[in-house]
Write a protein that binds this ligand. Structure first.
Ligand SMILES: [Zn+2]
Length: 226
């Protein structure tokens, strides 16, 4: 597949960002330095009430045997909409080949002020919640207007232990590796480059990420290539 690059951004560490991705375009998230997670959600570009539902998507993917809490093939919006918003069309880190099925991603909450405080961080530590608030502001929304704290934690190596506790390990994604999301409708990608530098989640250092909006060079969607 030859891609035409519509947008190509280095999103700085510890920041939030929105990107418009039209139906048929691919949203690519790429490791800029390596071992950095992205907290990610999506809105319908024409109806901000319709947003991506991560846990609901994990359940639907699990039932269809096309993913679950550690990997998604289809990203659904919340009820009552229940539409496929995007499809994952290239995911070499999350395909289970490296580190096992649970090492790809995680459908779970993002970091917030209270969560960070319970982890022992100072009260003024920046969190994904702050990044999301900044990102939503770009499109004229407040965080509470349309929002779900359960998001797609891209490259987050996290899992639930037998006693129900959360566990974390550094991401396995290295510089230049990426995941591709094909937009099945016009969407706004709402992104938080997770600012946590105190835990394994970003390998103890907050870093930047690269994001691209792509479309096939002939301007048409290729089922075979994608
Ligand atoms: Zn975070």
């Amino acid at each position: 597949m030859v891609w035409k690059v519509i947008e190509d951004l280095i999103v700085p560490k510890c920041s939030g960002k929105t990107l418009r991705v039209n139906k048929g375009q691919v949203f690519r998230v790429m490791e800029h330095e390596g071992k950095q997670v992205l907290d990610l959600t999506f809105l319908n570009a024409h109806n901000y009430k319709e947003h991506f539902a991560a846990e609901y998507s994990a359940m639907l993917n699990s039932i269809q045997k096309i993913g679950g809490y550690y990997r998604l093939s289809k990203l659904y919006s919340k009820p009552p909409y229940e539409n496929v918003m995007l499809s994952v069309v290239d995911d070499k880190v999350g395909d289970g080949a490296r580190g096992g099925e649970r090492a790809g991603h995680f459908m779970m909450c993002h970091c917030s002020k209270r969560l960070i405080q319970h982890m022992g961080a100072p009260a003024d530590t920046r969190t994904c919640s702050d990044n999301f608030a900044d990102a939503f502001r770009e499109i004229g929304l407040a965080q509470e207007d349309t929002y779900d704290e359960t998001i797609f934690n891209v490259w987050m190596q996290s899992w639930i232990t037998e006693d129900g506790a959360m566990n974390f390990a550094p991401p396995l994604a290295e510089k230049g590796e990426y995941i591709d999301f094909l937009a099945e409708m016009d969407v706004i990608a709402v992104c938080s480059v997770c600012p946590d530098g105190s835990s394994p989640c970003n390998n103890f250092e907050a870093k930047a990420l690269r994001m691209q909006v792509l479309e096939p060079d002939d301007g048409t969607r290729s089922e075979a290539g994608l």
